[in-house]
Design a binder for this molecule. Structure first.
Ligand code: GAP
Length: 457
């Protein structure tokens, strides 16, 4: 088994991630998240929300509808421009994105059956179509959003007016997005239903630096803007957000990260510059987040189609303008997969997920040494009930202690607490750390504070 297979097998066995609709043979590109996977995703989203919205004065949240008036997608360019080039192998009939074909002696070949490719290519729009209301006719066609950003642009005026915001400010959103990917692949890396964490950060288009405003950011310069020095130009803001996002990845323990600037040909139709944040997956360096300078593309386009004024008026300078937008856009499932890849470790006698404790589904597990000793169970239960009020805590009284440690290591629980006979006399417990496997005795009265100090905030 390769590493990705090992991780997907653990993910299924322990209830992180199940193949979607498995009892019917599955549905490609769709996955269901079990109890532990759900907690992991929840923790990722929560730390992102805290960092991006709650700890800042200049960002507010939004939760827009998944289905919008299709005119919004006409305006955004997704109806015409959000497509991949689809090719079908004439021999094995497998479908690919054109850039996935292999090469042999300068000919393009099918990567499945090696047939030299002579088939026709066609544009394939990635948006899922649906119908609104009872009629299945053209007038009722709507789309599942392919990015959460759309809902932010159409609400720009509402949010601005109700929150008394001044530029620069951001609107953040976490929610589902759907793409009818031609070739879903690599477990939950490329799927058809996923969640995005997006920030649209609105800025003044040009300040003192009109010439360099659209210059792409050199990756090595990203994040250099230190605290206290306010970015001015779009390029500086792009750099600022790349830097902030790198810090966030560091804070959740992702190390195998690099930046890559997209070439002009790669960039989305709305982008003036995009820096990808990539993670080194077992299948190579791949994007987990894109930070783009979308310029004034979206607000201008929505104004044109809706006929509504989405400009910004600066009360102080009396200047009216269409703001530019810098967009850090991250995928929750891709980050969850990166986190699992980074954390997965096979040691001599165990498999362990060395998850950052902020992301671990359970922060601690409580065991009575023996399940049939009433006094032990009673004391362990009271500790469990108490810890549960502070953080996610697991209970396990099956099998022997070794098996329980093994089981918690495999799902990344940072601390295991055992109540034994000594606990009844001395009012203390054994606390065993996941990473060091070392055990210490801690007084029951100090236990909660002890664990809180050890767990990363
Ligand atoms: N609003 C900008 C935008 O959507 P994107 O680069 O197409 O940009 C942003 O997507 C992020 O969303 C990606 O970096 C990735 O993490 C996630 N994402 C996109 N397509 C995905 C897919 N098919 N499966 C899983 N995640 C995906």
């Amino acid at each position: 088994m390769n590493l990705l297979e090992k991780i997907s097998s653990l993910a299924k066995r322990r209830g992180f991630i199940y193949p979607g609709s498995e009892i019917y043979g599955g549905l490609a590109g769709f996955y269901d998240w079990g109890h532990l996977g759900n907690e992991l995703k929840f923790n990722i989203k929560q730390t992102w929300w805290r960092d991006t919205v709650q700890l800042r004065d200049d960002v507010v949240g939004l939760s827009a509808a998944i289905v919008m008036n299709p005119k919004a997608w006409e305006a955004s360019g997704h109806l015409t421009g959000f497509s991949d080039v689809l090719v079908e192998c004439p021999k094995c009939h497998k479908r690919f994105k054109a850039d996935e074909l292999g090469k042999k002696n300068e000919s393009l070949v099918c990567v499945e059956c090696s047939e030299i490719f002579k088939g026709k290519a066609r544009q394939f729009n990635l948006m899922f179509k649906t119908f609104v209301g009872a009629a299945e006719e053209a007038a009722a066609v709507a789309y599942l959003r392919p990015e959460t950003a759309g809902g932010i642009f159409v609400n720009f005026k509402n949010v601005l007016q109700t929150n008394r915001l001044k530029i620069p400010f951001g609107i953040a959103q976490i929610g589902k997005a759907f793409r009818n990917e031609i070739n879903p692949r690599d477990f939950v890396f490329r799927i058809r239903e996923f969640e995005q964490m997006e920030l649209e950060y609105f800025i003044h288009p040009v300040r003192n630096n009109p010439v360099k405003q659209d210059a792409a950011v050199p990756p090595q310069a990203a994040g250099r803007i230190s605290n206290g020095v306010k970015p001015q130009t779009p390029t500086e803001w792009l750099s600022y957000w790349v830097g902030r996002r790198l810090k966030w990845y560091e804070s959740i323990g992702l190390k195998n990260i690099r930046l890559r600037e997209q070439s002009q040909e790669e960039r989305a139709h709305y982008s003036r510059a995009t820096v990808d944040i990539e993670y080194k997956f077992p299948f190579g360096w791949q994007e987990i987040e894109g930070v783009a300078n979308r310029g004034d593309f979206d607000l201008t386009a929505q104004m044109k189609v809706s006929g509504k004024d989405l400009n910004y008026f600066d009360e102080e300078t009396k200047e009216q303008y269409t703001p530019y937008v810098i967009e850090p856009s991250a995928g929750v499932e891709r980050i969850a997969l990166a986190v699992l890849c980074e954390a997965y470790l096979e040691e001599k006698e165990r498999i362990v997920l060395k998850l950052n404790s902020k992301l671990a589904p359970y922060k601690a597990a409580v065991f009575p040494l023996l399940a049939n000793k009433e006094k032990l169970v009673e004391l362990a239960r009271s500790i469990y009930d108490d810890l549960k009020t502070e953080f996610m805590t697991a209970w396990d009284d099956r099998g022997n202690i070794g098996k329980r440690y093994y089981s918690q290591d495999e799902i990344g629980t940072p601390f295991c607490i055992t109540v034994d006979f000594e606990s009844l006399e001395k009012n203390d417990v054994t606390v065993r750390g996941r990473d060091t496997m070392k055990q210490v005795r801690v007084g029951i009265r100090e236990l909660k504070e002890y664990l809180k100090k050890k767990l990363v905030k």
